[in-house]
Design a protein around this ligand. Structure first.
Ligand code: ZN
Ligand code: ZN
Ligand code: FE
Length: 763
């Protein structure tokens, strides 16, 4: 017997608008011979379906399993409704409700369909640099407000031509309601500009840009979320010139290779890395350099990894197109002077980059929000973020529980902020180091933009405990002006909470937190950073910390690993003998000054920083005495590790202190025995991993806890991360690593938010 036809109302939330979701529903329903309609609402997508039960069941299965690439379903609600006799399936007009909101899709790399059309001579968008569809292209960077409709994007000024309009209106077309849709007739155009003069248009602009690169010049390119500076990566002179002009110390440059085969010539790329390089997000992936890598050392001095990405816009493809003699790999570094935010507005870029770039490859599609490239490594086959930005932001972190609407302002370096609503924590794109006016204003504007986009009115403001962070000052100021409660969260508590939220850890359950970091303001006013915490979102206890040492010269010591090494020797009562690299780094007069500084505690705050311990060891074994960027010495120390070495230094636990005096004694002994720096570096890493197991076992005996969270900037050290994780697992612990947000300060804001949410819970 045939079943009686019935009806189903389906509400879907998640990333379901502007990503080809309604056409997908239309096509699926039509294929299954269901009738009804679909429409966008302020909460997501609503569907009414009529047909037989088995068809409806099939529809629900297909809905979940055959989604368009950029769509993501967070929640589906279904209700049976009375059957209606209809003649077909239709897409209806949007219905807006005041105050409702939806996640917004991040910017996505060009899809394979568009890429094929780009190089198809018969296609009407052949070689059009802004080809896109509902599966790809700009989103977050061009959206001014919601609902996500063309008039509220930076595409508003481009009126669709009849052909584009027809595609835009056709529910069966890949470009149905693709807001940035355009063609050479009606859309944005490229130009090449030298000293304010246009010297190339359309194809000519690209040809000229390529010529400049071939000639060893530096060009600025307006991309998806901001300007890049590019040059031929194999041209040593061009790379050096870029480094000088950009004043970029020794920080590595990001690279773009035309295709995977090109990248494979220089780096090892495994399957998981291939997948992430090719994912719609197209982040920069740090890949191990091949031994015979022929690219200049100046690209990434002293690094054994290179940061590679694949082209992610049609313009990149046209620019890098392979051709006899044209460079296979370009430097694609952010368009800024060292320490400034990346340029994204045309006039600003032309001003700020004038001294760096010989020419500008630009276009007239405005960028509303600047978004930097994301940077990841692969850990346990999953992305491990060093920077979470383009392609990922503003995708929310989905939480276990609904929490209040709040704003967390993050830390000072690698700043991101985070706003919450419902089950969502909207962690912002990478803002940068809040040290100058430009970055601070992009922080402030970013917050207002997110609040507006997701219709969030914070009821509480959260900040770091550090009184001098500009993000803290903003929070204090704003809480005062708007008469909102302010909560200040200790830096390493926030790191721990970020790692817990990253792993969907529930409220009210404690873990062991190994929070190893560069710098964070402690509850005692000292600089913390080598912290073993016991607790959860709601509270922490500082169970162990690294032995305190002085930071001669305060914050400036971060650039001076040699000073930190001397301070460590001083605390350990070990003599500053002339044979030691940090001693050699100073004149006798300078050494006298540092010694009296340490003896009298002048401008030498106390710290338990793990980052600084790495600096001290790197200096002592001759790896680095002066750092040009934060973390440089630690990265080089990691790179120096001999992978075969199995011995380890011992860290003694003394009540709540992890002693380091003996460590330095051992290192000196090894140095004098002629043990290589590679062996010493490995013994140091091995020792830390063992110490982690020791402290965790001690805490386990005290409390029974067996889950360990690893957070803080030091965990960007993958050697330490892998060694520690496997030792802990071997000892029966379960380990929480970061995989959605960075372990560094880029994840802090999420943690701050969750600490505040826990405080609300217990009220
Ligand atoms: Zn596409
Ligand atoms: Zn057109
Ligand atoms: Fe930190």
């Amino acid at each position: 017997m045939n079943s009686v036809p019935t009806g189903l109302k389906i509400s879907v939330s998640g990333i379901v608008q502007g990503v080809g979701f309604r056409p997908f529903v239309y096509a699926t329903a039509t294929r299954l011979q269901l009738t009804g309609s679909v429409w966008n609402s302020s909460k997501g997508v609503e569907i009414e379906l009529f047909g037989h039960q088995h068809q409806l069941d099939q529809f629900l299965t297909d809905l979940k399993t055959q989604l368009p690439i950029l769509a993501r379903i967070d929640h589906i609600e279904t209700n049976t409704i009375p059957h209606q006799e209809l003649s077909g399936f239709s897409i209806k007009d949007s219905q807006a409700e005041e105050g409702q909101f939806l996640p917004v899709s991040p910017d996505m790399s060009i899809c394979s369909d568009c890429l094929q059309e780009l190089f198809d001579t018969k296609n009407r968008r052949y070689r059009y640099p802004f080809i896109n569809c509902t599966n790809c292209g700009p989103r977050f960077s061009i959206i001014k407000n919601i609902p996500y409709d063309r008039p509220l994007t930076t595409m508003a000024k481009f009126k669709l031509c009849p052909s584009c309009q027809a595609e835009y209106d056709n529910p069966l077309d890949r470009r149905f309601h693709a807001q940035p849709v355009a063609c050479a007739e009606c859309g944005p155009r490229v130009q090449f500009i030298v000293q304010g003069e246009i010297i190339g248009k359309f194809e000519g602009a690209i040809t000229t840009a390529r010529q400049f690169i071939e000639d060893g010049k530096i060009i600025a390119i307006k991309g998806l979320g901001g300007y890049h500076l590019a040059c031929d990566a194999s041209n040593d002179e061009a790379v050096q010139k870029l480094r000088e002009r950009k004043k970029r110390s020794d920080r590595p440059f990001a690279l773009m290779g035309f295709d995977l085969e090109t990248i494979r010539k220089f780096c090892e790329v495994n399957e998981a890395e291939t997948a992430i390089l090719r994912s719609p997000q197209h982040p920069i992936v740090l890949l191990p350099k091949k031994d015979d890598c022929s690219l200049p050392e100046a690209l990434a001095p002293t690094q054994n990894h290179l940061g590679f990405m694949l082209p992610y816009t049609p313009l990149h493809y046209l620019l890098l197109e392979s051709d006899e003699g044209f460079p296979e790999v370009l430097v694609m570094t952010s368009g800024n002077l060292s320490d400034e935010p990346i340029a994204y507005e045309d006039e600003d870029a032309r001003g700020r980059l004038a001294e760096i770039a010989d020419g500008f490859l630009v276009h007239n599609r405005p960028i509303h929000m600047r978004v930097d490239d994301s940077v990841v490594r692969l850990v346990e086959q999953k992305p491990y973020f060093l920077r979470r930005s383009r392609g990922y932001a503003p995708d929310p972190i989905v939480l276990n529980d609904e929490i209040h609407q709040m704003l967390a302002c993050g830390a000072e370096l690698k700043n991101t902020f985070c706003l919450s609503r419902g089950h969502y924590a909207f962690l912002s794109h990478h803002i940068g180091d809040l040290e100058n006016y430009e970055t601070l204003s992009s922080f402030e504007n970013g917050i207002i933009h997110f609040q507006n986009l997701f219709r969030i009115k914070p009821k509480k403001i959260i900040a770091d405990l550090h009184p001098e962070y500009l993000s803290t000052k903003y929070a204090v100021d704003r809480a005062c002006k708007e008469e909102l409660p302010l909560l200040q969260v200790q830096h390493h508590h926030a790191h721990l909470a970020a790692c817990l939220a990253d792993n969907l850890w529930p409220f009210g359950q404690n873990v062991i937190g190994l929070i190893f970091d560069g710098t964070g303001y402690g509850t005692d006013g000292k600089i913390w950073g080598g912290e073993v915490l016991v607790g959860g979102y709601d509270s922490i206890q500082r169970r162990f910390h690294l032995a305190e040492t002085q930071l001669p010269g305060g914050d400036t010591a971060i650039r001076n690993p040699a000073k930190i090494a001397l301070s460590q020797l001083f605390s350990a009562d070990l003599p500053w003998t002339d044979d030691l690299p940090p001693v050699k780094a100073f004149t006798p007069q300078e050494l006298e000054i540092i010694k009296s500084q340490l003896a009298k505690h002048i401008n030498s705050p106390m710290t338990t920083s793990m980052g600084r311990l790495f600096d001290a060891v790197a200096s002592l074994i001759g790896i680095r005495q002066v750092a040009t960027y934060e973390g440089q010495a630690a990265i080089e120390l990691e790179n120096a590790c001999d992978p075969e070495e199995e011995n380890a230094y011992t860290f003694k636990l003394n009540s709540d202190i992890i002693e380091t005096a003996e460590l330095f004694d051992h290192i000196l002994l090894n140095l004098r025995m002629g043990v290589s720096s590679n062996t010493i570096a490995a013994r140091f890493h091995n020792g830390l991993a063992k110490m982690c197991v020791d402290v965790c076992q001690t805490i386990q005996r005290e409390s029974g806890l067996q889950t360990v969270a690893l957070s803080g900037g030091v965990w960007q050290n993958i050697t330490l991360l892998n060694k520690t994780t496997s030792l802990l697992r071997d000892s029966g612990f379960s380990v929480l690593q970061h995989h959605q947000v960075p372990a560094n300060d880029g994840g802090i804001a999420l943690g701050q938010l969750m600490v505040a949410a826990a405080a609300n819970e217990s009220n």
